[in-house]
Design a protein. Structure first.
Ligand code: PLP
Length: 360
């Protein structure tokens, strides 16, 4: 069967060459006589894979010295709890900027451990913009300030990072990690679930500045304790060995393709093609304030639910799947992560034009 273009927000597309490489090594990994799925995480053959994954990720992401990189289970949502458990132990207050569902959930989780100040929010406008970061009054003695760099459901992204002075900036980059250059040194903690722009589900990558380790709440569960995980190479217990292996393959593929700068250029071109098509259409529109439009998750609506539904079905018939928007927004959402080729976006744009011609 032919592969479809999968516009899912996550888990999402993985480049076929990566999947084929994994398939070719599935039964016997190189000369090891066993699958990666069967390897003990304590053996040399697996530790080689782990070390390679770690160093490739550091290289592709441009993680500077002075940062630990952790591969943890539980996805991004587990980190919603791990962040306050590891950091909210000084003034026991933290600032959150509420720019979407996941930012809101992270703030709600943190309230269990201290005082959360929602210092800015676009919730009342159904998250169609990012608050102007220069206008936000951050709390000078907060334990950290928290943002979501790209809002997966609403299709917005930060265009400037806030200046929080000596307060560490903590950011959820689950849906735009590795899609554009990011200066890791601007962040105290930068983290992402892996199932959007990297590989399979079931893991989060946490980049944490070393001086922020060791502040954990005494009740912090050991598996959520970043300092303990850093000391144990993220292997306090059995890690997600297969997701770490897939991360290695994805980083190898990214390097071959020219790394983050090459993907950034491609992602800009893909997003431009789709936004231009939406802006040029009489049927489709994008609800987001244009300068905050996401490169990764493009939301659009016809304004009529039945017509949105008909369009999604029309797409599916043409091999363009998972284009239905999140229930909070309705309409459509096309996720254009690194593994979505230009050909997929070109086909989507052609399909939109054909649908509009018949249904406009
Ligand atoms: C998908 C997503 C999450 C949730 O990820 P899980 O791995 O399911 O916990 C959190 N934040 C953002 C920005 C996301 O896109």
């Amino acid at each position: 069967m032919e592969r479809v273009f999968n516009f899912s927000a996550g888990p999402a597309m993985i480049d076929p060459s990566v999947l084929e490489k994994a398939a070719s090594e599935m039964v016997c990994y190189r000369d090891k006589g066993m699958s990666v799925l069967e390897m003990s995480h304590r053996t040399g053959m697996y530790l080689d894979i782990y070390n390679e994954a770690l160093s490739l990720f550091r290289e592709v992401m441009g993680v500077p010295e002075g940062y630990e990189v952790l591969f943890l289970q539980g996805g991004a949502t587990m980190e919603f709890a791990a962040i306050p458990l590891n950091l909210m132990t000084g003034s026991r207050t933290a600032d959150y900027v509420d720019t979407g569902n996941f930012a809101h959930l992270a703030a709600e989780e943190a309230k269990k451990y201290g005082t959360v100040n929602v210092v800015a929010s676009s919730r009342a406008a159904n998250y169609t913009y990012i608050p102007d970061v220069a206008q936000i009054a951050f709390t000078p003695d907060a334990d950290y300030a928290y943002i979501t760099t790209n809002n997966t459901i609403y299709g917005t992204r930060y265009i400037h990072l806030p200046d929080t002075g000596s307060v560490p900036l903590v950011a959820d980059a689950s849906s735009n990690i590795l899609s554009e250059p990011m200066d890791v040194s601007r962040f105290g903690v930068l983290y992402a679930g892996t199932q959007k722009n990297i590989g399979p589900a079931g893991m989060a990558i946490v980049m944490v500045r070393s001086d922020l380790l060791g502040r954990q709440n005494p009740l912090c569960p050991k598996v959520l304790d970043w300092a303990a995980q850093a000391k144990n190479d993220s292997m306090i217990n059995t890690p997600n060995t297969f997701a770490i292996y897939m991360l290695k393959l994805v980083c190898e593929w990214m390097k071959q393709q020219g790394g983050v700068p090459a993907f950034h250029a491609l992602n800009q071109a893909k997003a431009k093609l789709l936004y231009d098509a939406i802006d040029g259409s009489k049927l489709f529109s994008n609800p987001v304030e244009p300068r905050y439009r996401s490169l990764m998750n493009v939301t659009f609506v016809t304004g009529d639910e039945a017509r949105d539904d008909a369009f999604c079905k029309y797409c599916a018939k043409n091999g363009l799947v998972n284009i239905k928007g999140h229930r909070n927004v309705g309409g459509m959402r096309a996720s254009l992560y690194n593994a979505m080729p230009m050909a997929g976006v070109e086909k989507l744009v052609r399909t939109m034009a054909a649908f509009e011609k018949d249904n406009g």
